[in-house]
Design a protein around this ligand. Structure first.
Ligand code: ADP
Length: 514
């Protein structure tokens, strides 16, 4: 709608009912189209005008258009000044408050065009008005929400990173800046994969791609423990929860990151994992104990039982009273012995049945979760952790909890061993080995294995620590051997100790076991 249309309207004798354009104008919702004569009196008033202002055309036609202005504006002569301005400029757009018939105000976006006749004389004004009160409120709400979001980003204690569908960072909270060592300005527009080590770094784009094409959630809305990489190249386990917003083509993913090396032990998920691991540790310790006990006690116990039973039989005759007492006592002893033997047998059965329940497990993930637990408090102790995962060395066939128990034992040993040295670096490496095996190594920069304990390192009750049980490594060996792997140690290249163990690599045909 422009001056030309209004002019054609005028050429039609300002008849609002004639012509298609007029029909369109009349029916346009949310738009009020009206016209004024050169003095500002209303000459055309469409249905949209009544809808928005409440004034019917019988009220409006012939009235000075100032009836739409608020009292102060009328008093200040704003209505006439406005028309003078339009006459001068030809066309003026403005947003200002107007008044409805019922006295309520609304925010109007107004376009006023000066109309001229063939001789070039001012013949009036065409006006298009749109009620933008709701839009303005929406805009205000958006601004308020944006400010709210910014305040969250500035104060949320967990690091928060927002990315778009291409994986590019669109927002980076103050806590994220502290955690990763980058400023927001440095990472805006960068691929979020730069915040993670290999192999996730190379694969992250395909993770997003897979999610966008399959909608299959592996982490979004679920959360899991992964490894992050700081600006200085050091890595750390972190708990990542991802939320998703928007729709196709305009989705954003918000990641909340909780640094687990600094975390308090109250972290729920961590606690659960810990409880599970401690439980298994106890079971494994029991297993070690049980097999030793079973071995050593079963034979003598059987002998005692036989002996006692025979004695009881021999005592059938002499001195009735004592014999009765002795027999009762021996009876009890026999019962106790049998009971002890039964317990031992049950324990042994238990150890035998304690066969590992192997499943196909993603090795990096398994290690990351274990490291999260093993490294609790490690950062405060100045331990830097590095992960070096061979993408070809996964998945493995493993009882996840048991192998995590091994890793936690090795990591805790390494962290303890490094307490007295200046450089405290812990490196966990995975490598593919021949014969479908995978090797995991945990290396530290501590003093290395002491000569006293080295020969029987993996045997139970061998410890160089005053408060050590010396059970950890023997449990590790039990678990790894039950997995068909082996565990050994050698010196780490940089002087500390390195522990290695192998696991069976999972093949595609194992899939149905998973
Ligand atoms: P514990 O930790 O209770 O002593 P373990 O079986 O886990 O029991 O360890 C046995 C011993 O092996 C330790 O006491 C320590 O002497 C030695 N050891 C284990 N890991 C390391 C390591 N990373 N560096 C040096 N010595 C280690």
């Amino acid at each position: 709608m422009d001056g030309g249309m209004i002019e054609s309207q005028k050429a039609n004798g300002l008849d609002p009912d004639s012509g298609t354009i007029i029909q369109v104008v009349k029916s346009a919702p949310n738009y009020a189209v009206y016209a004024l004569d050169p003095k500002g009196l209303v000459t055309v008033w469409t249905a949209g005008c009544e809808e928005i202002t409440g004034w019917a055309s019988s009220d409006a036609i012939g009235k000075h258009h100032s009836f739409l202005y608020c009292a102060e504006d009328i008093a200040a002569g704003v209505a006439d000044r406005h028309l003078a301005q339009v006459e001068q400029l030809g066309r003026v757009e403005q947003e200002s408050w107007r008044v409805r018939k019922n006295g309520s105000e609304f925010l109007a976006l107004l376009t006023t065009t000066a109309l001229h006749d063939e001789a070039g004389q001012l013949s009036g004004y065409g006006k298009i008005l749109r009620d933008t009160t709701d839009e303005a409120a929406t805009k205000e709400a958006i601004v308020a929400r944006e400010q709210h979001l910014q305040s969250i980003l500035d104060t949320v204690p967990d690091a928060m990173v927002i990315i778009d569908e291409r994986g590019l960072i669109t927002s980076f909270s103050a806590a994220a800046e502290r955690l990763f060592g980058y400023s927001e300005a440095e990472v805006l527009g960068a691929n979020v994969s730069s915040l993670m080590p290999s192999p996730d770094r190379e694969r992250h784009d395909s993770y997003i791609g897979r999610y966008l094409s399959t909608s299959e959630r592996r982490i979004i809305g679920i959360g899991r423990i992964v490894v992050g990489q700081r600006r200085d190249g050091t890595t750390f386990p972190m708990e990542l929860s991802i939320g998703e917003a928007g729709h196709r083509g305009h989705r954003v993913f918000t990641g909340f990151i909780h640094d687990l090396t600094e975390s308090d032990r109250n972290e729920l998920q961590l606690k659960e994992l810990q409880a599970e691991l401690i439980h298994v540790s106890r079971l494994s310790a029991m297993g070690t104990m049980a097999s030793t006990l079973a071995h050593e006690l079963n034979q003598p116990l059987t002998a005692i039982a036989n002996y006692l039973e025979t004695t009881r039989d021999l005592l059938v005759d002499p001195d009735a009273e004592t014999v009765a007492i002795v027999r009762d006592a021996l009876d009890e002893a026999a019962k106790e012995s049998h009971r002890a033997g039964h317990i031992v047998r049950r324990l042994r059965d238990f150890v035998a049945r304690g066969e590992t329940e192997k499943r196909i497990e993603d090795l990096p993930r398994l290690i990351e979760e274990a490291a999260a637990l093993g490294l609790v408090g490690a950062r405060e102790r100045g331990v830097r952790s590095f992960f070096d995962f061979d993408p070809a060395a996964s998945p493995v066939l493993a009882d996840r909890i048991q192998v995590q128990q091994v890793l936690v034992n090795l990591i805790r040993n390494a962290v303890e061993a490094m307490a007295q040295v200046a450089i405290r670096d812990l490196t966990i490496t995975t490598r593919r080995r021949p014969k479908a095996m995978v090797q995991v190594s945990v290396a530290d920069t501590g003093p290395g294995i002491s000569e006293q304990v080295a020969p029987q390192l993996f045997e139970a009750f061998v410890s160089s620590k005053t408060d050590g049980m010396g059970l950890g490594l023997s449990i590790c060996r039990t678990i790894i051997e039950a997995h068909g792997g082996r565990i050994w140690t050698d010196g780490a290249p940089n002087g500390g100790a390195a522990f290695h163990f192998t696991l069976m690599q999972a093949r595609p045909e194992d899939e149905h076991d998973a």
